[in-house]
Design a protein around this ligand. Structure first.
Ligand code: PLP
Length: 431
């Protein structure tokens, strides 16, 4: 039997670098042939061979309602009939902005853009413009898109700044990026002691989803907030992944419940707010957001920003997830997956730990939950790859790399979860 995925992959590799338009899709970490998706519905997609999979990626987060939700589909079809793009403002952009601000009250204004990368890089520029400072802190293992200044790994010490993680990024562009270990309070304090007066911002994924699933500890987050306030640096939450995914109020609402009065200064959003269309945003207090063009000196623009079809998709998605009972049901479903996997791994004697919040989860072939990137990367990678391919062969599609998080949608049923745990239990026995 010919493998249509392989045929497509070979053909793609002739015209698209690596055969993919975003590197992790190429299955380099786990080996094997990427699945080319033919169509998707609800919690499933079908590949080029017609093979069906339970989808735990959901476009890396956006498909929180599952694929092809009727209300979203209707909104998108209607919007498309009215026109694809105008390069002039529309009422729906206001509606989406209002809907976002209603649920994330730390933001008083929001600017819509087309990708998380664009939102992250614009938020950084605004933080620098608003504070008049250049240096900033990010953390190892957090991903904020592929803008030059953000593609950085730690330098040799706190006094030295970062090194580029990509060819083509000039060292001088990352000279002002300080990369620290996630959840390391001592390093954070030392960095502020050394550079506090020059820091524009601390940019962080509050619940990190790009080193699998790692939460910022409450003491660490508390210290981030205190030090930023003390030194006049902005605390920028990159919630491109966690936003409207871990809770309706995003990860910041989770921390606000644990730390009285807590809120970030700026927020970066993407993924879920577009419901699967290219749409992202960044926002914050009025006085900061007014620094943006056309009211302020910080330039930012986009031909397709606030695209009418994308905003229709995002708005319909956000309205669905704001309905009563949505989050209890989604959280319970995700929790039952995580508990089921834990039970199956435990039964097979496989070292395993897992965590989840709302519709986002992560698991590790480690006895305890890791607190930072270095710990995540101590995971047994050959074992993970065996698990990945075992699940894939059993019709369960998880992220093809051990440093990625997973996503459950409202379309996943109890039967899907049970089937997933059953397949996983068989694979665990072989690890
Ligand atoms: C996905 C992601 C981005 C980048 O978003 P793109 O739309 O892929 O450019 C930025 N930050 C975080 C936390 C993300 O998960």
């Amino acid at each position: 039997m010919t493998d249509c995925n392989q045929t497509l992959f070979d053909r793609a590799a002739q015209v698209i670098p690596g055969g993919v338009n975003s590197p992790v899709r190429a299955f380099r970490a786990v080996g094997g042939t990427p699945r080319f998706v033919q169509r998707a519905q609800g919690a499933y997609f079908w590949d080029a061979n017609g093979q069906k999979y339970i989808d735990y990626i959901g476009s890396w987060g956006p498909m929180i309602l599952g694929h092809g939700h009727p209300a979203v589909l209707e909104a998108v079809q209607k919007a498309a009939l009215d026109g694809f793009s105008f390069g002039a403002p529309t009422e729906r952009e206001i509606e989406l902005a209002e809907e976002i601000l209603k649920h994330v009250p730390s933001m008083e204004m929001v600017r819509l853009v087309s990708s998380g990368t664009e939102a992250g890089m614009s938020a950084l520029r605004l933080a620098r413009g608003a504070t008049g400072r250049t240096k900033f802190i990010k953390f190892e293992g957090c991903y904020h898109g592929h803008a030059d200044a953000l593609l950085v790994k730690a330098g040799s010490g706190l006094a030295t700044f970062g090194n580029p993680t990509s060819a083509g990024v000039p060292p001088e562009v990352v000279r002002d990026t300080l990369v620290l270990e996630y959840n390391n309070i001592q390093q954070l304090e030392e960095a502020f002691a050394l550079h506090g007066k020059e820091l524009a911002c601390v940019m962080i994924e509050p619940i990190a989803g790009n080193m699998n699933f790692v939460r910022a500890s409450v003491p660490f987050m508390t210290r981030c907030r205190e030090l930023c306030t003390q030194h006049g640096a902005l605390l920028v939450f990159d919630e491109v992944m966690s936003g409207f995914r871990v809770a309706l109020g995003s990860a910041q609402s989770v921390y606000a419940q644990l730390i009285p009065g807590f809120k970030p200064d700026m927020t970066v959003l993407g993924k879920v707010i577009g419901g699967g269309m290219p749409l992202a945003a960044f926002g914050g207090p009025r006085e900061i957001m007014r620094q943006l063009a056309p009211t302020g000196p910080v330039y930012q623009a986009g031909t397709l920003s606030g695209n009418p079809v994308a905003t229709a998709c995002g708005l319909a998605t956000l309205r669905e997830i704001a309905k009563p009972g949505f989050w209890d049901a989604l959280s319970a479903r995700t929790r039952s997956l995580v508990d089921g996997l834990k039970g199956a791994a435990g039964y097979a004697g496989v070292p395993f730990s897992a965590d989840c919040q709302g519709g986002m989860f992560g698991f590790f072939l480690l006895p305890e939950l890791p607190q930072n990137y270095a710990k995540v990367m101590t995971s047994d990678s050959p074992k993970f790859n065996k698990l990945f391919h075992g699940l894939l062969d059993g019709g369960v599609y998880i992220a093809p790399a051990l440093y990625e998080a997973g996503f459950v949608s409202a379309a996943h049923t109890d039967a899907d979860i049970a089937e997933t745990v059953r397949v996983a239990a068989d694979v665990f026995k072989l690890l």
